[in-house]
Design a protein around this ligand. Structure first.
Ligand code: GLY
Length: 355
């Protein structure tokens, strides 16, 4: 087992992230212990409920079962969960517990942060993507017709319980989606300014088979590395004023890919990988990197067999990217590679993208 403590310096918030391979049924007592006899609502993904509902043992009356898929991260479900919390008479001492992937966590985190101006929030991520990214660092969100994550808060959980056992039943495409974010960390590692040098790129190549076979110990170690890299970033910049923006490597273009396909056709990870390919090409065009690094990066991506997505009309993509909440004036902010595992943020004007 490993416990990583997140310590957000500016807001003096501290919380533990536990990574432990244990029977899923052990989570119930752990959570009951944390909520200390107070009332609670569990927001659980439909898939996870089907597979683990019995083992998790939460009473039906305390559960809100959320359908899976990005399109569920909407105002309508926000309202329904709020109503359920009101029906259960949750108070400011109560907790919202999320058991599921990023959609479930982002949405229920937003509920927890706004219900009575904020109640306790406990995360149990069950997808690789949620384990390595969305359950760490306190971003909550819902999507609107204008784009992904357009409404949300920064709201840190009280604790996070990561159990890699959940990943055994994750479908291959969702597992790969999480690997997209993992590969992202390998390209930004040095810029995360972490005290420990993990060399995630080497880890990925040495443990390639174990990762694909979902070896529990390897996955626990992989998650631990990614969480520590993210910890290093969010502790320094909780609200994404500066350093945290590097976590968006591959996301500016990736979010546009998701949007242009109505969040249906490609997973988040597939879109982010495409965004990273785009970023490597753009960085080469702007002489930020040399050809060797671009080819090396393409090989890393190829090894994991991520799908190659179609080329989209650049005008349409630029329009979408300009409406991204990170865009400013007439520029689009891109995180681009500048060296092995190093990235930086650049303001890119439209003409560079269309040239
Ligand atoms: N997923 C990027 C972040 O948490 O900042």
């Amino acid at each position: 087992m490993s416990e990583i403590v997140i310590n957000i310096k500016n807001s003096e918030i501290t919380y533990p992230i536990e990574i432990k391979n244990e029977p899923v049924s052990d989570l119930y007592n752990k959570i009951i212990n944390v909520i200390n006899g107070e009332n609670y609502l569990v927001v659980i993904s439909e898939k996870v409920e089907k597979l683990y509902g019995k083992e998790l043992n939460f009473p039906k009356s305390n559960k809100f079962i959320l359908k899976d898929g990005e399109k569920e991260k909407n105002f309508n479900n926000y309202q329904k969960i709020i109503n359920k919390a009101l029906e259960l008479k949750l108070t400011r001492k109560s907790s919202i517990i999320t058991v599921g992937g990023g959609v479930c966590g982002d949405l229920s985190g937003f509920v927890a942060s706004t219900y009575m101006r904020g109640i306790n929030f406990i995360q149990v991520p069950t997808t690789l993507l949620a384990c390595v990214d969305s359950s760490v660092g306190g971003k909550t969100a819902i999507d609107t017709n204008f784009g992904k994550n357009m409404v949300g808060t920064f709201y840190q959980p009280k604790c996070v319980f990561i159990n890699p056992n959940f990943l055994k039943t994750l479908d291959e495409r969702q597992f790969k989606s999480g690997l997209g974010e993992v590969v992202k960390y390998s390209f930004i590692e040095k810029s995360c300014r972490c005290d420990v040098e993990y060399n995630l790129m080497n880890f990925l190549s040495e443990k390639f088979n174990e990762i694909n076979q979902r070896d529990e110990k390897t996955l626990a170690k992989l998650i631990e590395i990614c969480v520590n890299l993210k910890k290093s970033v969010v502790e320094k910049d909780e609200k994404e004023a500066d350093l945290r923006r590097i976590l968006n490597f591959g996301h500016t273009y990736g979010h546009a890919v998701e949007k242009i396909n109505n969040y249906k056709k490609y997973t988040h990870g597939e879109a982010v990988v495409e965004g990273m390919r785009f970023a490597f090409n753009l960085a080469l065009k702007l002489n930020k990197i040399d050809k060797n690094y671009k080819f090396f990066a393409e090989d890393v991506i190829k090894k994991f067999n991520f799908p190659i997505l179609p080329q989209y009309k650049s005008e349409k993509m630029i329009d979408i990217m300009k409406s991204d909440k990170k865009a400013e004036k007439n520029c689009i902010n891109f995180v681009l590679p500048t060296d092995y595992s190093v990235v930086d943020i650049f303001e890119i004007t439209e003409n560079i993208l269309t040239d």
